[in-house]
Design a protein around this ligand. Structure first.
Ligand SMILES: Cc1cc2nc3c(=O)[nH]c(=O)nc-3n(C[C@H](O)[C@H](O)[C@H](O)COP(=O)(O)OP(=O)(O)OC[C@H]3O[C@@H](n4cnc5c(N)ncnc54)[C@H](O)[C@@H]3O)c2cc1C
Length: 309
């Protein structure tokens, strides 16, 4: 049984290797589009790398065509794609090409007699469902079941292999021309942070985020926010949680965070969860290892004072 993986991001690629390994396949192959150095690195993680030679800029339709050709050059029963803004549309298009369904936002997966079963959040994250992807697993050649793996849910794999590289050069017409690329503001290394201090709606003004940032800095960590502070108030470019960035630091501190399910789903893999909240009934305390019931405007300055001294 072969699992093929594809991601344009190397860290997520390594997470896909772990996801693939969890299915205990006979062989893991990787499709790499365009970047020779990525293909060279990928060898260390896979049995075979299909290097798709291409000069084309990213565009979902062209990349999907190339990934489809990589799939056809091999015989994977499962195709795992990094569930990023670039990866997911590519997976969706390949799914149409191979005539098999594609499960998105997958957080875990397994193979059973029934086929590929994936876990994904449902009803806005209130429930987690087990979903069977397609009917049978081994019914047709080159018709892999496809799953987009949500970043942050698998530990990046280490190098253990020395796979072969095979080049393919599909004829793909350029349909999209990129006129300009503007960098988006991104969050500050949440994936690698050991300590994350998250501000919630308990923080009343944007200026007060400096308190949270100062606490994070003194602890040697980074500061983040919940979704309302980012998506509604635009105080930060991204948020922590199920629909934002899932994190698993050694220490998570939620400051004025209520602990709704969609936020908890993205922090539940943290080693230690600490909450500071004025409301003793706040749901976050059900998930917290340590809790301080109190006004953040009194508690946080006190913590800062103690840390400084
Ligand atoms: C499809 C969907 C996806 C979502 N995905 C995410 C996600 O990925 N991440 C995310 O964060 N949210 C997500 N949400 C939103 C989520 O449901 C909650 O609305 C959000 O997490 C609440 O943010 P909060 O805890 O900052 O605010 P609130 O729920 O308003 O909580 C504020 C808390 O601050 C406390 N507080 C108030 N004043 C003080 C004070 N002075 N000192 C101490 N504590 C105080 C209050 O007691 C309260 O518990 C999603 C929602 C949907 C529908």
């Amino acid at each position: 049984m072969e699992v093929m993986i594809y991601s344009e991001d190397f860290r997520i690629f390594r997470e896909l290797v772990s996801a693939a390994e969890s299915l205990k396949p006979d062989r893991i192959s990787a499709a790499v589009i365009g970047e020779r150095s990525f293909a060279e690195e990928a060898r260390g993680f896979c049995d075979r790398v299909l290097f798709v030679e291409s000069e084309l800029d990213y565009s979902p339709s062209e990349y999907a065509e190339m990934l489809y050709q990589a799939v056809n050059s091999s015989d994977p029963q499962v195709l795992l794609v990094g569930g990023t803004a670039k990866g997911t549309p590519v997976a969706a298009m390949v799914s149409v090409m191979v005539g098999e369904p594609c499960a998105t936002e997958v957080t875990d997966l397994k193979l059973t007699e029934e086929g590929l079963i994936v876990k994904r959040a449902s009803f806005g994250g209130v429930a987690i469902s087990d979903v069977k992807v397609g009917k049978r697993l081994f019914d047709r050649i080159a018709s892999p079941k496809i799953a987009c793996i949500k970043p942050g849910f698998f530990t990046p794999a280490e190098k253990t292999k020395n796979g072969e590289i095979e080049k393919i050069k599909p004829e793909v017409k350029k349909r999209v021309e990129i006129l300009e690329i503007r960098e988006k503001e991104v969050g500050e290394g949440f994936e690698d942070a050991d300590i994350i201090v998250v501000a919630g709606r308990g923080v009343k003004k944007k200026e007060d985020l400096s308190l949270i940032e100062e606490l994070a800095k003194l602890l040697g960590g980074v500061a983040g926010v919940t979704r309302p502070l980012s998506a509604d108030l635009h105080w930060a470019p991204n948020w922590i949680g199920m629909s934002g960035i899932p994190v698993k630091p050694k220490l998570y501190i939620g400051v004025g965070v209520s602990g709704q399910i969609q936020h908890i789903a993205g922090i539940r893999n943290s080693k230690i969860i600490m909450a500071i909240n004025i409301d003793p009934q706040a749901p976050i305390f059900e998930h917290a290892d340590y809790g301080i019931i109190g006004d953040l405007y009194k508690v946080v300055p006190k913590m800062i004072e103690i840390l400084k001294s």
